[in-house]
Design a protein around this ligand. Structure first.
Ligand SMILES: Nc1ncnc2c1ncn2[C@@H]1O[C@H](COP(=O)(O)OP(=O)(O)OP(=O)(O)O)[C@@H](O)[C@H]1O
Length: 259
């Protein structure tokens, strides 16, 4: 269970001297083991900042983050080693987050060596399993990331996240930049994977449609705060907050534009 209590994260206002603002303000959220949740909100609402705090890439300025009862937000670097890899963050820019000089094989082998100290033969075997899980051809192993399609690059990022044997994977706008058909393929693949592995997924998106398609629990975020949380919404009309209704309108107009 990943649990955040009263998280606040501040940044300096650009050009504002030492004046700070709350990018995330008093957010509490719980991610159970298994299941899919989503955070939806427009650009700048604090979603990525919260994702970085939840995956202990950044420390909060206020509040606490717990993983299975361990207060990770208070852990020193050395203490974090025990839980390294348990929360994985998959970013929007797949290619940018992959080393272009490394082969797919060495990208996948790195976490296996660092986290599990696997020997060469075991690593090779595990890499093949990871490719299978991510529905990538086995001969992908020798290729470089820039030789893969956009969809394959996303799958590689997912395979790399899976290499760490995580309990939670946070997908931060990981599906934007894909065309409609490819996006649906990736989302369907993730749903299958989640059912198969029972890892908890947190999907971060500005698109309410994606959130509804993927998640059982939907948190709506605005100006650093979670303003509405719905469990298993059946339709857009379940959303009550006026801002959530604005997101609904955005989905409807996007659907009209695609017709
Ligand atoms: N490292 C940083 N330093 C200073 N300000 C930052 C930093 N990271 C984010 N911010 C600011 O914090 C606010 C929230 O940004 P964040 O990226 O978390 O929003 P978001 O909802 O993920 O947006 P998007 O959907 O565009 O990625 C924004 O005003 C952003 O400019």
């Amino acid at each position: 269970m990943l649990k955040a209590e009263h998280i606040t994260k501040q940044y300096q206002i650009p050009g504002g001297g030492h004046t700070v603002f709350d990018a995330v303000s008093d957010v509490s959220i719980e991610l159970g083991d298994g299941g899919v949740a989503a955070i939806v909100g427009e650009s700048g609402s604090g979603k990525s900042t919260l994702a970085r705090v939840l995956s202990y890439v950044e420390r909060p300025d206020g509040g606490r983050v717990f993983l299975d009862g361990l207060e990770v937000s208070a852990c020193r670097r050395k203490e974090l080693r025990a839980v390294r890899g348990k929360v994985q963050l998959v970013m929007q820019n797949a290619l940018g987050s992959l080393d272009p000089h490394q082969s797919v094989g060495s990208i996948l082998e790195e976490p296996l060596r660092l986290l599990f100290h696997m020997g060469a033969e075991e690593r090779k075997q595990r890499c093949l399993e990871l490719l299978d899980m991510a529905r990538l051809e086995r001969d992908t192993l020798r290729r470089r990331p820039d030789e893969l399609s956009g969809g394959q690059q996303k799958r590689l990022c997912i395979a790399r996240a899976l290499a760490a044997q995580p309990q939670h994977i946070i997908f931060d706008e990981s599906f934007s930049g894909l065309d409609v058909t490819l996006k649906k393929q990736v989302l369907d693949f993730l749903k299958e994977l989640q059912t198969e592995l029972q890892i908890s997924f947190l999907v971060i998106t500005h698109d309410l449609d994606t959130a509804m398609y993927m998640a059982g629990t939907i948190h709506v975020m605005r100006r650093g705060k979670i303003i509405e949380t719905l469990e298993h919404p059946r339709s857009f009309s379940d959303f009550q907050e006026p801002y959530s209704q604005e997101l609904v309108k955005a989905v409807r107009s996007k659907r009209r534009a695609l017709q």
